[in-house]
Design a protein around this ligand. Structure first.
Ligand code: ADP
Ligand code: MG
Length: 694
C-alpha cells in the first residue's frame, strides 16, 4: 500500500466523501440532517446507510462490525459480530440492517455502573453517534456509539460529553445573538497532546510491576536521569523514528490528524499531537490514538507505557486538553479580534471561562483525579493540584486596566465608545508558555494541562463545556434584561473580572509561595483523589449538572462510586504486587547473592588468610537491609489485610494515609538494596536499562 498521505489519509473511514459517493442524494441529505442537527434517522434511511456502509466495509476487507463505546472503565469496549447472516446454497448472505447500525443491545452488567444498575436495569444499549465517522480497523467496521442503560442513564463518558456540547452550544448561541451573530451552532473543539513512554518489550515482560500496575513499584535511580535535558526535542533514534512513521500512517488511515511527534523531557518519553477537531471526535480519536500507540509499539518490539508516572524521579506523562469554542462557520470565539465589537465579545467569553474555572475549580480537579495522576500533580513536573488560570502578561494588563477603568496602554490603544479597550492582536507566540499553570490561555485557546496521560479527555472536556455554558446562561439572563447593552456588557465584564481575579495566577505554580498565596486566596487544594472526589456530590455541582442537563444526580453518584472504587482497587493491586515481588524475587535474590559472597569468603580463606573486605561488608550490609526490608514487607502485608470494610471513602483514605506510606517505606529499602546487589543477580531490568537501552 502506498504511503502517500493523499492515499492514506481517511482511507479506512466512512467519511463525508465516501457517503456522497455511496449514498443516493436523498439518503445522503437525510443523513446529513441527522449529523448536523441531531434529527432522528428514519428507519428506511438507516437501512440504506447501513447497506452502503456494509458494502463499503466488505470492499475494504472487513468481515465484522462492532459498536464501539467508552464505558466507565476508562478504556474502550467492543463486541464483534460478523456480517454473515446465513447461507444460500453455500454462498454467504451478508447483512447489516439499519437497526443494527443505530442501536445495539449489550449486557451492561459486567461494566461498572456504580449503583446505576441496581437502581435501573441490567441491560444497556449502544446508540450510534453519527457525528463521529465509522472506520475500519483489523478487518472490523467500528461504529462509534454512546452507551446507556435502558432507562437512559449514561453508562459511558461520551453521552455526558455530547450533552455538554449541546449545552454550551445552546448557551453560546444565545449570547452571540446579542452581538448580532446568528450562528446556528457553537462547537467545542479539542486537540489533546498525548505523552507516553516507549520501552523495550522484553524488559517490560520481566517486570511484574509494569505488567500488573503500569508503573514501576521498585527501581533505584540510574546514574543518569533527565538532568542533562538532552532528550527534549532531541534527535529521534532510528527505531523510534520507524515507530513514529508507522503510527502516523495507521492514525491517518482511520482519519486521525496526527500532526507532531517529538521527544519529551524524560528519557524514552515522547509526545504525539493531533490537529484539533470537534470535541467528541477528538475524544474518540484520542482513544484510538492510545490504542494504536500500544499496538504499533508491540509490532516494533516496544511497550508503550501510558501510565501517569511509570518511573519515580523522572517526569510523568500528561495529556494537555486544548480547548476552544468555534461557530458553525468556523470562527474561533477565543481569537482576540481587532475590532471593538469582537473585543467585547471575546472579553465576555473569556470572562465566562474565568468565572467558570473559579467557581468550579473542584470539578476540574475531580475530572483528572486518579491514583496514577496523583503522583504527577504537584510534583514539580506537572501543574499543581491547585487549579488556577494563566492569561499571560499582556491579557493580564488589559484586565487590570479594565478594573481600573484606565486605558490600556498597549501598542494599539483605541477606546471603544463603551470604554472597552481594543485588544492588540495576539501573536500566539507572544503568550508566555507558562508550563506550571493548570489552565492556560495560549493565544486563541485554553490548555488544560492537568489530565493524566491515560485518562479520557471526555470527562475534563465535559466539565469545561458545562461550566462555561452555565456562566454564559447567567450572563444572558442579566444582559437580556439590560436596557443598554453597550453599557451593560462592559460593566458585566468588569464586575466578573473583579469578582474572579483570584483564580488568575501568572507566576510559578511550583513555588512554595504559591501554595501559601493560594491558601490566602481561598483556592481549593485537593491534593489527592480521595480529597477531591467527594466534592463531585456537593450540592452546587449536582445543581449545575442537572440545570445544564449533563449528568443526573444518580449519574454523578455512580461516577463518584466508580472512581473511588478504581482508586482503592489500584492501590490494593500495587500493594499486593510489591509484596509478591519482595517475597518471591527480591529477597530470594539478595539471599542468593549473600550466599555467593559467603562462599567466596570461605573459599578464599581456605587458601590464604585474606581480608575479603568487599564480601564481608556486603554480607553485613545486605543481611541487615534484607531483614529491614522483610519487616517492611510484613508490615505492608498486615496493613493491606486489615483494611476497613464497607465504607469506600474511608477505605480510600486508609489507602492514601496508611498503605501508600507503607509502600514507600518498603520501596526505599528495596531501592537501596538494588544499588548493592550484583547486576546479574537482580531479578528485574533496571531503570538504566529500561530508559536508556532503547
Ligand atoms: P504546544 O502546546 O505544544 O505549544 P500547539 O500550540 O501547537 O502545541 O498546539 C497544541 C494543540 O492545540 C494541538 O493539538 C492543536 O491542534 C490544538 N489547538 C490549536 N487550536 C485549537 C483550538 N482552536 N481548539 C482546540 N485545540 C486547538
Ligand atoms: Mg501543550
Amino acid at each position: 500500500m502506498s504511503n502517500n498521505i493523499r492515499d492514506v489519509f481517511g482511507s479506512e473511514v466512512f467519511n463525508d466523501y465516501v457517503m456522497k459517493k455511496k449514498l443516493d442524494q436523498d439518503t445522503y441529505e437525510e443523513l446529513h440532517k441527522t449529523i448536523d442537527s441531531g434529527k432522528p434517522l428514519d428507519s428506511n434511511i438507516a437501512n440504506k446507510v447501513a447497506a452502503a456502509m456494509k458494502d463499503w466495509a466488505i470492499e475494504h476487507g472487513a468481515t465484522h462490525y462492532t459498536h464501539w463505546f467508552q464505558p466507565l472503565t476508562g478504556v474502550t469496549a467492543e463486541k464483534h459480530d460478523s456480517f454473515l447472516s446465513g447461507s444460500d446454497g453455500g454462498s454467504p448472505i451478508l447483512e447489516f440492517k439499519g437497526k443494527e447500525l443505530i442501536k445495539g443491545e449489550s449486557d451492561a452488567s459486567s461494566f461498572p455502573s456504580g449503583g446505576l444498575r441496581a437502581t435501573f436495569e441490567a441491560r444497556g444499549y449502544t446508540a450510534w453517534d453519527p457525528t463521529s465517522y465509522a472506520f475500519i480497523k483489523n478487518e472490523t467496521l467500528y461504529i462509534p456509539t454512546a452507551f446507556c442503560s435502558y432507562s437512559g442513564e449514561a453508562l459511558d463518558t461520551k453521552t455526558p460529553l455530547l450533552r455538554s456540547m449541546e449545552a454550551v452550544s445552546r448557551s453560546a448561541c444565545r449570547i452571540l445573538k446579542l452581538f448580532g451573530n446568528q450562528t446556528k451552532r457553537v462547537i467545542s473543539t479539542c486537540g489533546p497532546e498525548q505523552e507516553y513512554f516507549l520501552i523495550d518489550r522484553d524488559m517490560y515482560a520481566r517486570r511484574k510491576d509494569l505488567i500488573y500496575t503500569g508503573r514501576t513499584l521498585y527501581g533505584a535511580k540510574p546514574p543518569k536521569g533527565q538532568e542533562l535535558e538532552d532528550h527534549y526535542y532531541g534527535m529521534l533514534k532510528t527505531r523510534v523514528q520507524d515507530f513514529m512513521r508507522d503510527i502516523d500512517i495507521e492514525l491517518w488511515r482511520v482519519g486521525v490528524m496526527a500532526k507532531t511527534e517529538h521527544n519529551e523531557v524524560a528519557p524514552s518519553q515522547h509526545e504525539l499531537a493531533p490537529i484539533f477537531t470537534t470535541a467528541n471526535i477528538a475524544s474518540d480519536h484520542n482513544q484510538l490514538t492510545m490504542e494504536l500507540l500500544r499496538r504499533v509499539a508491540h509490532r516494533h518490539g516496544f511497550k508503550c507505557l501510558m501510565h501517569e508516572k511509570p518511573f519515580e524521579g523522572i517526569n510523568g506523562s500528561g495529556k494537555h486538553d486544548n480547548w476552544s469554542l468555534s461557530t458553525a462557520e468556523g470562527v474561533n470565539l477565543f481569537e482576540p479580534g481587532s475590532t471593538p465589537e469582537d473585543n467585547a465579545q471575546f472579553l465576555l467569553f473569556l470572562c465566562a471561562v474565568i468565572k467558570g474555572v473559579n467557581e468550579y475549580q473542584d470539578l476540574l480537579r475531580i475530572s483528572v483525579a486518579s491514583a496514577g495522576n496523583d503522583h504527577r500533580l504537584g510534583a514539580n513536573e506537572a501543574p499543581p493540584a491547585i487549579i488556577s488560570m494563566f492569561l499571560g502578561d499582556e491579557l493580564d494588563e488589559i484586565l487590570n486596566s479594565i478594573i481600573k477603568r484606565e486605558r490600556y496602554l498597549g501598542y494599539k490603544k483605541t477606546d471603544m465608545e463603551t470604554g472597552v479597550n481594543v485588544l492588540p492582536h495576539f501573536l500566539r507566540d507572544t503568550t508566555d508558555r507558562n508550563r506550571t499553570s493548570p489552565f492556560a490561555f495560549t493565544g486563541n485557546k485554553f490548555e488544560f494541562r492537568s489530565p493524566g496521560s491515560s485518562q479520557s479527555i471526555a470527562v475534563p472536556t465535559t466539565m469545561i463545556n458545562t461550566i462555561v455554558a452555565d456562566v454564559l446562561d447567567e450572563f444572558y439572563e442579566e444582559l437580556s434584561e439590560a436596557e443598554n447593552l453597550s453599557e451593560a456588557i462592559p460593566e458585566l465584564i468588569r464586575r466578573t473580572i473583579i469578582e474572579n481575579k483570584d483564580i488568575i495566577f501568572n507566576g510559578d505554580g511550583y513555588s512554595k509561595e504559591w501554595l501559601e498565596e493560594a491558601e490566602r486566596r481561598g483556592l481549593h487544594n485537593l491534593a489527592t483523589t480521595p480529597d477531591a472526589l467527594p466534592h463531585l456530590l456537593d450540592e452546587k455541582n449536582v445543581e449545575l449538572f442537572e440545570r445544564q442537563g449533563v449528568y443526573s444526580r444518580a449519574e454523578l453518584e455512580s461516577r463518584y462510586v466508580i472512581n473511588l472504587e478504581n482508586y482503592c482497587k489500584m492501590i490494593r493491586i500495587e500493594s499486593l504486587t510489591m509484596i509478591e515481588m519482595a517475597k518471591k524475587d527480591i529477597l530470594p535474590a539478595v539471599s542468593t547473592y549473600v550466599r555467593k559472597m559467603a562462599e567466596a569468603v570461605s573459599c578464599a580463606r581456605s587458601i590464604a588468610d585474606v581480608e575479603c573486605g568487599f564480601e564481608v561488608d556486603m554480607i553485613r550490609n545486605l543481611t541487615a537491609l534484607s531483614t529491614n526490608m522483610y519487616k517492611k514487607m510484613r508490615s505492608l502485608e498486615e496493613l493491606t489485610q486489615s483494611c476497613p470494610e464497607n465504607d469506600n471513602q474511608k477505605l480510600a483514605e486508609y489507602y492514601k494515609d496508611t498503605i501508600i506510606p507503607a509502600m514507600q517505606k518498603l520501596r526505599l529499602v528495596a531501592d537501596e538494596i538494588e544499588t548493592l546487589v550484583g547486576e546479574k543477580y537482580w531479578p528485574y531490568p533496571t531503570y538504566g536499562k529500561m530508559l536508556f537501552a532503547v
